[in-house]
Ligand binder design. Structure first.
Ligand SMILES: [Zn+2]
Length: 206
């Protein structure tokens, strides 16, 4: 693993875009856990978990130096000395809204995200990932396990933020599937074939 703030792109994994549209990443294993947690959040609450900018997930050294300078001059939030931040290790994430934090309080611990083991206790938005928690429970927790294979493939492809063209094609397929789930549910109910869950995840992406 590279030094703090100097992780290579091969050591990073992309997560959901920030609320300002910027691309965000965390250390690969933390990113995988974050995306699984986000899938549950979208499914259960219809909320996508995001940071507010690229600088509030994995943070390269030069950005940490910027925050450190602001903090030292009394104009910024608490910041760690460059080379010591958990953001530089790709293990910390700052959530954009208190609602997102509430959701993480409910579902985050099993994915390795919880305030109780995070640093910076005065910052409600700052969460530190605890390695080992999510990988320890492994595949049993696959949030898409109950989905048909094609649907699983579309959702995974969509969540990797594909090109606009691929995205539009995926949205068309997922919209058609969402409608067919709805029609099937009118006939014999929502409780079969994970219809409620699947319908919600398709709706969150279309
Ligand atoms: Zn933070």
């Amino acid at each position: 693993m590279s030094a703090n703030g100097q992780l290579k792109s091969s050591e990073l994994g992309e997560i959901t875009h920030a609320t300002n549209g910027e691309r965000c990443s965390l250390r690969r294993d933390a990113a995988r856990a974050f995306l699984a947690m986000n899938a549950e959040s979208e499914r259960r609450y219809g909320v996508t978990l995001r940071t507010s900018s690229a600088r509030t997930a994995y943070r390269p050294l030069k950005d940490q130096e910027y925050f450190w300078a602001l903090y030292r001059s009394g104009r910024g939030n608490l910041a760690a000395r460059p080379g010591t931040s958990n953001h530089g290790l790709g293990l910390a994430v700052d959530l954009a809204t208190p609602q997102m934090r509430q959701i993480v309080d409910h579902i985050g611990a099993k994915y390795g995200f919880a305030k109780k083991w995070s640093d910076a206790p005065t910052e409600w938005w700052h969460l530190k990932w605890r390695p080992g928690t999510y990988t320890a429970i492994g595949k049993a927790l696959d949030p898409l396990a109950a989905y048909p294979a094609d649907e699983r493939r579309w959702i995974r492809a969509f969540d990797k933020h594909p090109s606009a063209k691929t995205r539009a094609a995926l949205v068309r397929r997922m919209t058609a599937r969402r409608k067919s789930i709805w029609r099937a549910a009118q006939k014999d109910g929502w409780s079969k074939a994970a219809r409620t869950t699947r319908y919600r995840s398709l709706t969150a992406r279309t």
